[in-house]
Design a protein around this ligand. Sequence first.
Ligand code: PEP
Ligand code: MG
Length: 581
Amino acid sequence: MKPISKVSFTMHGIGVSSGIAIGHAHLVSHALIEVAHYQVPKTLITQEIERFEQAIQTVKQDLEIVRQQLPERAPAELSAFLNTHLMILADHSLSDAPKAIIISEQCNAEWALKQKMDELVTQFDKIDDEYLRERKHDVVQVVERIIKVLLGHPREVALKEASSPTILVAHDLSPADAIQFKQHKFGAFITDVGGATSHTAILARSLNIPSIVALQKARDLVRDGELIIVDGHQGVVIVNPDKSTLEEYKLRQEQWELEQQKLKRLKLNKAITLDGTAIELHANIEVPEDVAQVRAAGATGIGLYRTEFLFMNRQEMPDEEEQFIAYRKVAEDMKGLPVTIRTLDLGADKEMNPDTARSCTNPALGLRAIRLCLSEPQIFHTQLRAILRASHYGNIKILIPMLSSVTELRQSIVLLERAKQSLRTQKIDFKEDIEIGGMIEIPAAALCAEAFAKELDFLSIGTNDLIQYSLAIDRTDDAVSHLYNPLHPAILQLIEMTIRAGAKLGKPVSICGEMAGDAKLTRLLLGLGLRQFSMHPSNILTVKRQILQSDLAKINPGARKILGTQDIDRIEPLVQKLNLQ
Ligand code: PEP
Ligand code: MG
């Protein structure tokens, strides 16, 4: 019989830690799914309880071994995670309460434990604080460990050293599992679940293993031993790649690793051009946990904190306290460096809850971002109060998205003043002279940039939307993505106009769209007068290297020439030439 050839396929998820790994799949069992329910005869109840107690002891020993074996340079979070798991394990609700269920329901230990876990998870779900609510995953992970022992699964603590990189494919992974896997030189991990704030994602970032979460069905689709490529940067998993794809990724992997080593040496270097011009390199973040990566990359501030991520995938809006805690954490963790908090940019591709989103014909042109905030002043007021309160704890600035006219700006400032007044009345501290900036991401705003610069403290160009709105290309639609061209002469002119308006009025201008993080465009942007960039932390060192090798006097004429070029097809070769100078 002819062997069945392996089917190659690709999956997309959220890349939470960059890098490329190539290896064979190791499926991590999902014990909770396998829990059976059966009756235990009265005469065997004592034995069942002993079996349960024994499993608790075994897990305790396993976790303690992992903690003792932590490498010296392991991130501090790891030992904190293990301590949390040991505490959960020791808690009466997990170590004792299931015994009462075994007795009262005469059921097996796994089932009793699962009942207790479900009850605890329901209680966690009712907690307002998102961080605490998320900790239910720790409870689930600890229970999963106990159940694996009860079911007699091989424990990962005894895992053998893998001969080639192994890709862990799991429904979810506990921190304790993750550290063991790291010690055994696993190459990467991919999971079905996990959001950007999950422990798994936090660990992935701190451990620097390429990883992708939220793949939905990876655990079901991938088979043990299959060859997998994990591209953590793109959030792409390729299962059973063909020969040429494999060769291509091997090459990319080597290049990536070599480059990372070299780049790390630049972390402490100041971003200064060869002629001595200082450039600010800031980072974009989505959640407070991203700050660790920002600091590791040596960014000198946060140029864009996309606060809408705190509002997504939930039914209820976060209240003022929840928002305040998140913003204050970022401000404190940045230790006095600037933190630019963008007010809510919900709508279009960033709906709070896609299932309940209001339908409209052109969401990108609809009630989104500042328009939504001005039409729902209570939501805006709550956020402004939270940001203002957090401003007492660090160097916070406010950034308003999607401004199309100064009228919206003035209305926003009236509401900001109202929020300030409410805090004054309550004698709550905040930074009175907090700086306020505006996103220039609608062509109309770029054309009127001077008017905005007059009334604002700084401008930030959102090239992602500026390109979408100028070229009439839906940035989320694959069918027109080939037309999404940052080098379109109209885009370059709008950027330059905005930078010039800022310079004329003495107001700093930054770019926080994806263009800022593309090192192929760094020289061109420097030549157009840009002195502040904000990007994903993983791009900072690459852009810094380009800055360190650039001489403004040499770049400027080439950049001006590009700016004066109307023929779109001539621009790309000119940019390449600029990068070779
Ligand atoms: C932009 O539009 O360039 C930007 C930075 O904002 P977002 O990508 O969040 O729309
Ligand atoms: Mg935008």
